[in-house]
Design a binder for this molecule. Structure first.
Ligand code: GLN
Length: 464
């Protein structure tokens, strides 16, 4: 088995322009171990490959073991083609917070690919891999997927093992799938999901949950009810609003019933997300002390000085900011004010979703869900530019409002390209009840059948 004929020059021409990969293993055309390659975000372990998290601190670290999700894909016959660029430790929305390189959007190289799984999204959008793994803590699979015009699935919390994923905010994050088509996304998710003895938070889908292989509709061919978050979209840029409206019109034309829904807690999502995410990050990143992991300074006075120097030189500014924020919200005597309040908001958001979608435990006799899925924007803008055209770090965080709620509630969410507006793709997302990935994929697949997903100029498909 080998990579397809002509792929290597195609890869080189694209990669020069978009910079999706931190490491690439497909150089030796003709010797690649599989005809189904996949790319892996550089915070997910694959033995022998880089595991830099796009940080100076781990720049030369190579993984001694393989993540469960990667291992399952290898057992299925796929092979890792390379490790992709990202915002350092998954903290960001552009991939420009990578300490190692810059990734550009395949649709317009002056713009970002989104983040933090920007390298994975750009690689798939340019046809350099049929699918890629990413991680989604607050939107990092769905937002770059939307910016680059590919499918991005953030699974139910615990549906996919996190063993081998470098932890950023453990209670929020999942490994997710970026793919060229909905069908591919479904097959990959079917392979990587499931209970894993190496991750105690994993679970198999309950028997009552929607099966993964429903096609053409929702259940028994019946088109379902989609709740649309139409009143709470004040922040959308004009083109993104047009894409969101196109998605509604197209879904209605396909026979879905659209009703308006509201999420009263949506506006508290971002502050709660950044409180919880930074608190967990400050604890998770404490392990990078240059003793167990990380680049060491040339000299130091004593062990404390060694750790100080290594962290000062190794972490970029966004990572330092978040560690500081995390220790701030967790400091003694102030937990009530920030952390515990954020946890209460988190429960409120979960209840908002349960009232619309049904609860997570599928207990018999619980009230029937009002909707099969909720349709929401992914991000207020299309892929943004740099310099003058950039979004400030604060605006980028505020813009996580549509994505971070699925992480706070632990629910699955699927982003797919709805339309192209002004030369750039606009993605929308479907959110569902826990373990309803099958439903979300079925809706997106019926959409894709009627409105095939677009590709950037110069795209060629090497993958069946
Ligand atoms: N933009 C969000 C953040 O910076 C999402 C990151 C992610 O999902 N890893 O935290």
């Amino acid at each position: 088995m080998a990579l397809p004929e002509g792929f290597l020059p195609y890869y080189k021409a694209w990669e020069e322009r978009i910079g999706a990969f931190i490491e690439f293993a497909g150089e030796k055309d003709g010797e690649f171990p599989s005809s189904l390659p996949f790319a892996v975000k550089d915070n997910i372990a694959a033995r022998g490959f880089s595991l830099s998290c796009a940080s100076k601190l781990l720049e030369r670290f190579r993984s001694p073991y393989t993540a469960t999700a990667v291992r399952k894909l290898q057992a299925w016959g796929a092979a890792v083609i390379g490790k992709t660029n990202m915002d350092e430790f998954g903290m960001g929305s552009s991939t420009d917070a990578s300490a190692l390189k810059r990734t550009n959007n395949p649709w317009d190289q002056s713009r970002v690919a989104g983040g933090s799984s920007g390298g994975s999204a750009a690689a798939v959008a340019a046809g350099l891999a049929p699918f890629a793994l990413g991680s989604d803590t607050g939107g990092s699979v769905r937002q770059p997927a939307a910016f680059c015009g590919v499918v991005g699935l953030k699974p139910t919390y615990g549906a996919v093992s996190r063993y081998g994923l470098v932890a950023y905010a453990s209670s929020l994050e999942t490994i997710g799938v970026l793919a060229d088509t909905t069908a591919r996304c479904r097959s990959v998710f079917a392979v990587i999901r499931g209970k894993d003895p190496l991750d105690q938070t994993t679970a198999d889908a309950p028997a009552e949950a929607a099966p993964l292989d429903v096609t053409g509709g929702i259940t028994g061919g019946k088109k379902g009810v989609i709740g649309v978050l139409s009143a709470q979209i004040a922040t959308l840029e004009e083109e993104t609003r047009r894409g969101f409206e196109a998605a509604q019109a197209n879904l209605a034309a396909l026979g879905y019933t659209l009703i308006d829904v509201e999420l009263p807690s949506l506006k508290y999502g971002v502050p709660a997300y950044y409180t919880i995410a930074t608190a967990e990050a400050s604890a998770n990143l404490a392990r990078f002390d240059s003793i167990r992991y990380g680049a060491r300074p040339d000299w130091s006075e004593n062990p404390d000085d060694l750790i100080d120097k290594a962290r000062e030189a190794g972490f970029g500014p966004e990572v330092k900011l978040r560690i500081l924020l995390g220790t701030f919200v967790l400091r003694a005597g102030f937990q009530d004010r920030y952390y515990l309040r954020a946890q209460r908001i988190r429960s409120g958001i979960r209840r908002n979703f349960e009232e619309i979608l049904g609860d997570s435990d599928y207990a018999p006799g619980s009230p029937a869900p009002r909707c099969d899925a909720i349709l929401m924007p992914v991000f207020p803008t299309r892929a943004f530019g740099r310099g003058e055209a950039a979004l400030s770090p604060f605006a980028q965080k505020a813009a996580d409002l549509y994505t971070c709620c699925a992480n706070l509630a632990g629910l699955p969410a699927l982003s797919f390209p709805a339309s192209v507006e002004g030369g750039l793709p606009v993605g929308v997302q479907l959110l569902g009840r826990a373990f309803s990935e099958g439903t979300l994929l079925a809706i997106a697949e019926s959409y894709e059948a009627a409105h095939p997903f677009p590709h950037p100029a110069g795209y060629r498909s090497f993958w069946n």
